[in-house]
Write a protein that binds this ligand. Structure first.
Ligand code: GAP
Length: 456
């Protein structure tokens, strides 16, 4: 696997990801997605919607707002509890998450079960040093709420305070009654949503792994109490199937169930799907069985009835919820790390290769005239035909070998070359990115060929 430094450079050079606000010296931990990155992001979201919304069991979509009534965050527990333990070193003035410092010192420690004072004592007793100053000159740990606060309207007072949502899930819970009423869905059913979320992370970093602005793809699946663990298993399989079908190496994935004693108070099962990043296994995708916690909290505070009347049994209950939740950028990072390599060819040359499933590849094909003057017009014609259906690219600069390499490096699965033979019999060569093998196809076959390849 390539290093993170290599990937950052690669992403910048190719147009996948640029440093945010670069011309002003940058804004730490913000990233802009270039022509290729924005297409890859879109394709990841479309793949997720296909599997988790369209092909899922009784799922509908939603697009709820980023700014919500602050009572939502009171009910959900975010105002009181969405905080990380912050510890500051007096010498370096650097701030860290105390739980992360403890886990870096001993991966088997369990800071989730420690109070702030216990974490502080642990850090002092174990002589854990600030990586920057090398001292143990620590200030007491304090809770740091990660929600971004702003003001709505012209008056900046407490009454106008609002938060940018730290997760998209609550927008689904607060619309539960609207969703039941308008869709007439019966339980079990689910709601899928993609949208921006914001967290004032203490230690963002590792490129796009942890940022303060990111996009979540969340599914809240409502089911009858007692059936939630079945759905939990179902979704764990679906998450793995999604990753493996899109080409993620099985050896780089593991499912880590949370120990019962470290489950959040509202959860009766939680498993993280982890990926082996350059720094080791870390979270990719969370799956939580959230019981009736969220709907009950909103019922209690809003006084709106969140119960569901089962039309078959006449039972009334608050549904249980199973929630797979993943960040778009984190998946994008995983697809790049999983797919990018430098390959040595038989002739001793190296090529940069990005193996992406055709469904995800930003460009499905590159259309290349072998000789611009002779084949340019025909190639342009094919490009115009294909771009009505797919994201494809036209390239006529430099020799054909260089053009192949350029497409290999950005993950384009097929190069379609127009040559002398094309002028005679309307066939083109199709070169496969991974095997570099070539075959001839008739121009009229191209559309179906690409359509079949991008299916997953
Ligand atoms: N509604 C549940 C929830 O938000 P989470 O584990 O806090 O759960 C879910 O977040 C997923 O969102 C994570 O598994 C990760 O993929 C992504 N995510 C969370 N915080 C992130 C951050 N700061 N930057 C990028 N992605 C993040």
């Amino acid at each position: 696997m390539v290093t993170l430094e290599y990937l950052v450079q690669y992403a910048k050079q190719t147009g996948y990801i640029f440093q945010g606000s670069e011309i002003y010296g940058g804004l730490a931990n913000t990233w802009d997605y270039g022509p290729l990155g924005s297409l890859l992001k879109r394709n990841i979201k479309e793949a997720w919607l296909k599997r988790f919304l369209r092909e899922g069991p009784n799922i509908v979509g939603l697009d709820s707002s980023i700014l919500l009534n602050s009572l939502v965050w009171q009910a959900s527990g975010h105002i009181a509890g969405f905080s990380d333990p912050l510890i500051e070193n007096k010498t370096s003035n650097q701030r860290y998450r105390a739980d992360k410092l403890i886990l870096e010192h001993d991966p088997n420690a369990n800071p989730d079960k420690m109070t702030m004072d216990e974490m502080y004592d642990y850090i002092i007793k174990n002589n854990i040093k600030d990586p920057v100053s090398g001292t143990t000159d620590w200030l007491p740990i304090r809770k740091f709420n990660m929600m971004f606060k702003t003001h709505q309207g012209v008056v900046e007072d407490t009454a106008s305070e609002v938060y940018l949502r730290p997760e998209t899930a609550q927008g689904i819970f607060i619309n539960f009654k609207n969703l039941i009423r308008t869709t007439r869905k019966k339980i079990p059913f689910g709601v899928a949503q993609i949208g921006k979320a914001f967290r004032n992370e203490i230690t963002p970093g590792n490129f796009i792994f942890r940022t303060r602005e990111f996009e979540q793809m969340e599914l809240e699946f409502f089911c009858k109490p007692g059936t939630e663990l079945q759905w939990f298993d179902y979704y764990l399989n679906e998450m793995k199937r999604f990753l493996f079908d899109l080409g993620i190496d099985k050896d780089l994935i593991r499912a880590e169930p949370h120990a019962v004693e470290s489950l959040a108070h509202y959860s009766n099962a939680t498993t993280d799907i982890e990926f082996k990043y350059p720094w080791g296994f870390d979270e990719l995708w969370g799956l939580a069985s959230r019981t009736a916690f969220d709907l009950t909290q909103h019922q209690n505070l809003s006084k709106e009835d969140m119960s569901y009347l089962d039309p078959e049994t006449n039972e009334r209950y608050i549904p249980y919820v199973v929630e797979p939740s993943v960040g778009v950028e984190r998946l994008l990072l995983v697809f790049l790390l999983n797919g990018l390599s430098e390959e040595t060819l038989e002739n001793g040359e190296t090529r940069q290769l990005l193996k992406l499933h055709p469904a995800l590849a930003p460009y499905k094909a590159a259309i290349l005239p072998l000789v611009k003057k002779e084949h340019g017009e025909k190639a342009q014609e094919i490009y115009d035909m294909l771009r009505k259906e797919f994201d494809v690219v036209y390239d006529e600069t430099q020799n054909i070998g260089k053009r192949y390499r350029r497409q290999d490096a950005v993950g384009t699965p097929f190069c379609i070359t127009v040559d002398h033979q094309t002028m005679i019999d309307q066939t083109v060569t199709v070169r496969y990115r991974d095997s570099m093998e070539q075959e001839r196809l008739h121009i009229s076959q191209l559309e179906n060929f690409i359509r079949r390849a991008i299916k997953f």
